[in-house]
Design a binder for this molecule. Structure first.
Ligand SMILES: C[S@@+](CC[C@H](N)C(=O)[O-])C[C@H]1O[C@@H](n2cnc3c(N)ncnc32)[C@H](O)[C@@H]1O
Length: 275
């Protein structure tokens, strides 16, 4: 990922709005599981762990854990100041800090659990992030991550229209799903560092009778294009996409959007030379 692309992604997360819109789109899906609940199920927490959430956004994962396990010690980091500001205002019993997952401001062997929920695909150097997480985990500590699946079924309309914007305009799309996903993640970490304990996948779907929800979702990606389209340009681009989706629905009937995502639970391996 180039430094230009990183800056673009950072712009998208400057405010919580785009993330909130995307999350509310998925919230209404059929066969949807509650990701926070699934993370907790897989982790089987005892309730006294020290947990770090990297790329915590506005803190809902940790908020969920704190409500269930009041004795856990929780820390959330995100490299967006506004995400951290919002997280602090939502949850005053959790510590939040602005930091980068590639350079964590914590001593070696500090945490029992590290969470990286839907965030690794934005990180410049994903291998470095895995190394840093390994460093701050206690011996036998656990890492839990979630990623999108690469399956062509998953996010098919969203990806199709994002690609179409790139093809029909002068803007270049910053890739996310194709970087790290549930299929290729093993190439990003050292197998000496982590052992996989469990893998979980879920597919959910929404059936749409009109273009509004999908158009709203796609409209949150303005900053994922380089250079950032002007407001006017973006309005026109999104207007065209909306018309196309409407025509597609009229011709073929309700449109289905599938979302595939996976959760992977790892255990830290301690080997000679490892921290
Ligand atoms: C898709 S959001 C996911 C937020 C949250 N984990 C959730 O599941 O709702 C990705 C988050 O990762 C953060 N992020 C991106 N790159 C980061 C980095 N290098 N270090 C820390 N946070 C980062 C973004 O600011 C954003 O809040």
């Amino acid at each position: 990922m180039s430094s230009k692309e990183i800056l673009q992604v950072k712009k998208n997360y400057k405010s919580t709005k785009a993330l909130e819109t995307r999350k509310s789109f998925w919230r209404n899906q059929e066969n949807r599981i509650n990701a926070e609940e699934e993370f907790c199920k897989l982790l089987q927490l005892t309730g006294t762990e020290k947990i770090l959430d990297v790329g915590c956004g506005y803190g809902d994962m940790l908020g969920y854990i704190k409500a269930k396990y009041t004795k856990t010690t929780l820390v959330g980091i995100d490299n967006s100041e506004n995400m951290i500001k919002t997280a602090r205002s939502k949850y005053n019993n959790i510590a939040f800090e602005v930091a980068d997952v590639q350079k964590l401001p914590f001593k070696d062997k500090t945490f029992d659990v590290v969470i990286a929920k839907h965030m690794l695909y934005h990180v410049t150097n994903i291998k470095k992030a895995f190394k840093e997480i390994h460093r701050v985990l206690k011996p036998e500590g656990r890492l839990i991550i979630s990623l999108n699946t690469l399956s062509s079924k998953s996010r098919a309309n969203i990806e199709k229209y994002k690609q179409e914007i790139e093809k029909t305009s002068r803007y270049k799309l910053v890739q996310t799903v194709t970087r790290i996903n549930t299929e290729n993640y093993p190439k990003y970490y050292d197998s000496q560092d982590f052992k996989i304990l469990k893998e979980f996948k879920n597919y959910s779907y929404t059936v749409m009778n009109n273009a509004k929800p999908l158009t709203e979702y796609i409209s949150t990606f303005r900053e994922f294009f380089i250079p950032t389209p002007s407001e006017n340009d973006w309005k026109q681009i999104i207007g065209k996409i909306r018309k196309k989706i409407d025509i597609e629905i009229k011709k073929k009937g309700p449109l289905e959007e599938v979302r595939g995502f996976g959760i992977i639970l790892f255990k830290k391996n301690d080997y000679q030379g490892g921290k």
